[in-house]
Ligand binder design. Structure first.
Ligand code: AGP
Length: 606
């Protein structure tokens, strides 16, 4: 999705703006631009990469105030002209914008009727003209932005500068994140802390409806009615090094390889060996309240939703509370019945996914109790929830989620243990799960050591036109996530089905052209799964089995044999070989592994 950076201070803005935009590249974009103010606005924008923009910026591009943008096209094709920033007609005002202005056509028609000539097809240009006209009347950039935003319907994160006010940036947020960075006599802003951490760890997140005026010596924030708001800066513990590839060829491989550590961090300090319980202080619930829920409803999008399906099973198995997961993007639109004795859990790596945020806001409006399982500290979803569990997995840069997925599943195991032990889960079972959780980091290392074998298998199957992923009960969300990983980064079509459903339809697809990845844990459903493998092989389908033992060659062409944990925790481990498989399939097919086509890391629009 689009990215925003802004700077005001004593130094030249361009180096920060370009470096900041480069840090935001992982979010996905198609064009980029910067503008600085120095006796008038100087602007460069290009279709293409931030490196192309940097090459287009002349050596003398001086100015101590500036804003920059990476654009992910919504209104108008990717092009130099449609790239942000956008200027007012007199080139006094420059605007960068993330989000979508829903009434842009109507506002554009009115402005055109007043004689304004538009140069781009974007919705954003409406804003630069509205602000440009108002600033002449009010002589206040802050007021001009406020008045323009009152006329706008939709979502935005914006940064605005005025050539006649060389010491001031105005930013505002409604549905699209804006984070302020506090420096030494300099101020930064960005749509993502990734752009800020090399410069400052002191940040302030704007709330929806808030506007901020940044000057070199500080900032002021205001609510939509212009009342000044008080904000406490937050210290982020993510470092610039977290955003480097660390010697790996791709971020994705780095993040897959980090999982022994990231899982250990999600567990750190949360397991109690005396009572075999999980300490989750952030839930903000005492034991009595934790006992009071009769149902758990989990929401998230994409891989977050699949990790929620693993979570729902963990909660049902360990706490014996009915639980299910649903895509947040569907949940928010179907006017859900919100029950007082249901615990709602929202999952998000970024904490900014618009559909999930909107679902949480809908739940809150209806009085629902919502916990967040979130990776990004201080993000919008984390702030909106009543409590929750931070993953502590560090920033995830590659578009495809890996370490956040496993850490979310681990966080659910902790939540299930907590809810179970205040109900009927016995101390012995609590101890079994605690011990199983402690074994995970070491077992993940064992799985990572299988990479050479999985790489060969990925090369063997990568050229298949389509692949089927199957699993039963605990294995089904693993199969769904495996198919999701493969399709999003390798572009190989992949379907996921419950193994039990194959003969109710999809078996018709099985043949030599459609290999199957089968999730076959050594659990009470082993025999049923082996029968399914036989049915696939009988139809000429190849089978790659991921399980805990080598299968009869009559049932599987290839087997990846994994270390065994407690049956409830097996799905966490079983998702990792599928990540490695998808990664090497994508590499074999020469895909843009970290930035797959058409996708963005965090989806901050509807
Ligand atoms: C994961 O590989 C995907 N890129 C995507 O499905 C992602 O999980 C989803 O968009 C939710 O993102 P979030 O966790 O940041 O909310």
């Amino acid at each position: 999705m689009c990215g925003i950076v802004a700077y005001v201070g004593p130094k030249d803005a361009a180096p920060f703006l370009l470096e900041g935009l480069q840090r935001l590249e992982y979010r996905g974009y198609d064009s980029a631009g910067v503008v600085v103010s120095n006796k008038g606005l100087k602007m460069r924008k290009v279709k293409g990469r931030v490196a192309d923009l940097a090459a287009a910026v002349p050596a003398r591009f001086k100015g101590t105030l500036g804003i920059g943008h990476t654009r992910w096209a919504t209104h108008g094709a990717p092009s130099d002209v449609n790239a942000h920033p956008h200027l007012s007609t007199d080139e006094r005002i420059a605007v960068v914008h993330n989000g979508i202005i829903e009434n842009a056509d109507e506002l554009r028609a009115k402005l055109e009727a007043d004689g304004v000539v538009f140069v781009s097809e974007t919705d954003t240009e409406v804003l630069s003209h509205l602000i440009g006209r108002t600033v002449k009347e009010t002589d206040s950039l802050e007021e001009a932005v406020r008045m323009a935003l009152k006329r706008v319907v939709g979502t935005y994160g914006i940064a605005v500068i005025d050539a006649q006010r060389p010491g001031e940036v105005v930013v505002a947020r409604n549905g699209s994140p804006i984070v302020l960075g506090i420096g030494e006599k300099e101020m930064f802003a960005a749509s993502d802390v990734a752009a800020l951490v090399r410069y400052t760890r002191q940040v302030v997140h704007l709330e929806d409806g808030e506007l901020a005026v940044l000057k070199a010596d500080g900032f002021h924030t205001f609510a939509s009615d212009a009342r000044e708001t008080a904000k406490e800066p937050l210290t982020v513990d993510w470092e610039a090094g977290h955003y480097d590839t660390g010697g790996y060829e791709h971020y994705l491989l780095k993040e897959i390889s980090e999982q022994p550590d990231t899982v250990a961090r999600t567990l750190r300090g949360r397991l109690d060996d005396r009572f075999h319980i999980a300490h989750l202080g952030g839930l903000n619930m005492d034991a009595r309240e934790s006992r009071s829920f009769r149902r758990v409803k989990i929401i998230g999008c994409g891989s977050a939703y699949y990790s929620g399906q693993i979570g729902a099973q963990l909660i049902e198995e360990l706490a014996r509370i009915p639980a299910d997961a649903e895509p947040a993007s569907e949940f928010r639109y179907r006017s859900p019945v919100v029950e007082p004795d249901t615990l709602y859990v929202a999952i998000s790596q970024s904490g900014e996914t618009y559909d999930t945020l909107a679902a949480v806001q809908e739940l809150k409006r209806k009085g629902g109790r919502v916990l967040g399982i979130v990776n990004t500290v201080g993000s919008a979803i984390a702030r909106e929830c009543d409590g929750g569990v931070y993953l502590h997995a560090g920033p995830e840069v590659s578009v495809a989620s890996t370490k956040a997925f496993t850490s979310t599943a681990v966080a659910f195991a902790l939540l299930a243990l907590h809810l179970g032990r205040v109900r009927d889960l016995s101390p012995a079972d609590g101890r079994r799960i605690c011990e199983g959780l402690r074994r995970l980091p070491g077992q993940i290392k064992e799985i990572l050591a299988l990479e050479p074998q999985i790489k060969e298998l990925a090369r063997k199957y990568a050229h298949s036109p389509s692949m089927m992923f199957v699993g039963r009960v605990r294995g089904y969300p693993v199969a769904r996530e495996g198919a999701q990983k493969l399709k999003e980064i390798s572009y190989v079509h992949a379907e996921a089905y419950p193994a039990s459903e194959l003969k109710h339809g999809p078996l018709a697809l099985i043949g030599p052209e459609m290999p199957t990845v089968a999730i076959v844990p050594d659990d009470e459903l082993l025999d049923k799964n082996l029968t399914t493998l036989g049915e696939i092989r009988a139809r000429g389908g190849q089978v790659l089995m991921v399980g805990h033992r080598t299968a009869d060659p009559k049932l599987a062409d290839d087997c990846v044999v994994l270390p065994k944990n407690e049956v409830e925790l097996d799905p966490i481990l079983m998702s990792i070989p599928l990540q490695i498989f998808a990664y090497h399939a994508a590499v074999a097919l020469e895909r843009d592994v970290d930035k797959p086509r058409n996708l963005a890391k965090s989806v901050t629009v509807e």
